[in-house]
Design a protein around this ligand. Structure first.
Ligand SMILES: [Zn+2]
Length: 244
């Protein structure tokens, strides 16, 4: 199926039900909501959902994921997601086997619980309970997180900087993101070492610039008010990229 999808192909009742579930969608302007419905319809026509461990993907589940996934590309277009088709949904957190070699030569095997994963050139994997329940108060939204990684991966491995339209924006991005990342990591270390309030946003953001971008973008989309209080400069930067 090609071309523009008909937004009305998504039944009205289903669309309203999904939009009302997520305040960061229901708060959008009428024209943005109309655009989101078109994009979601196109997304559903081109992407392939599969359930892991026998999970049955209902229309409601697929639309809930599609609508959240389309939010970051609302003003940029679905071509940002054209390098993959598959979306794999798990009935719960995925357990990934990890191996670390420590400095004494010992090898440690451990299991990590993941709520989502984006593979470079491959599918996006999501845990349904997490995808279903973003937490705007904390800025948490795993669907946006993983799809922003996909945007970041448009020009190679995720590094916290998606392809940007101009040199000027590249320079601004690199300087603002770098200092915001350093500042966030410092505040997190200070809070952990000496007590005191943890900075707003998941501490996972301090693990790498790519994670900082994905975590910050989640918060920007699901809780713009709080995000703009905490990260005023990044709000302007993200506006310049996500709403050109
Ligand atoms: Zn991530």
């Amino acid at each position: 199926m090609g071309g523009k999808a008909d937004p009305l192909r998504i039944p009205e009742a289903l669309w309203q039900e999904v939009v009302q579930r997520y305040p960061f969608l229901s708060d959008l302007s009428a024209s943005d909501l109309h655009k989101l419905r078109s994009l979601s319809s196109e997304f559903l026509a081109h992407k392939q959902f599969s359930g892991a461990h026998g999970l049955l993907i209902t229309d409601d589940m697929a639309l809930a994921i599609a609508a959240q996934a389309c939010l970051p590309v609302l003003h940029l277009g679905l071509h940002w997601y054209e390098d993959f088709r598959g979306i794999v949904v798990h009935p719960g957190p995925m357990r990934a086997q990890r191996v670390v070699h420590d400095e004494t030569g010992l090898v440690h095997h451990y299991t990590e619980e993941l709520s989502g994963e984006a593979m470079d050139g491959g599918p996006v994997t999501l845990s349904w309970p997490d995808a279903h329940s973003p937490l705007p108060a904390t800025g948490y939204c795993v669907v946006i997180h993983e799809f922003v990684h996909k945007m970041d991966m448009r020009h190679g491995p995720a590094d916290g900087c998606p392809p940007l339209p101009s040199r000027a924006l590249q320079r601004r991005w690199s300087s603002l993101m770098h200092s915001a990342y350093d500042d966030f990591s410092d505040r997190l270390v200070q809070a952990e070492r000496f007590g005191g309030p943890l900075p707003w946003l998941d501490g996972y953001a301090a693990t790498a610039p790519a994670e900082f971008f994905a975590v910050a973008a989640e918060a920007y989309f699901v809780n713009r008010d709080r995000f703009s209080q905490e990260f005023a400069e990044l709000t302007g930067l993200f506006d310049a990229f996500f709403r050109p």
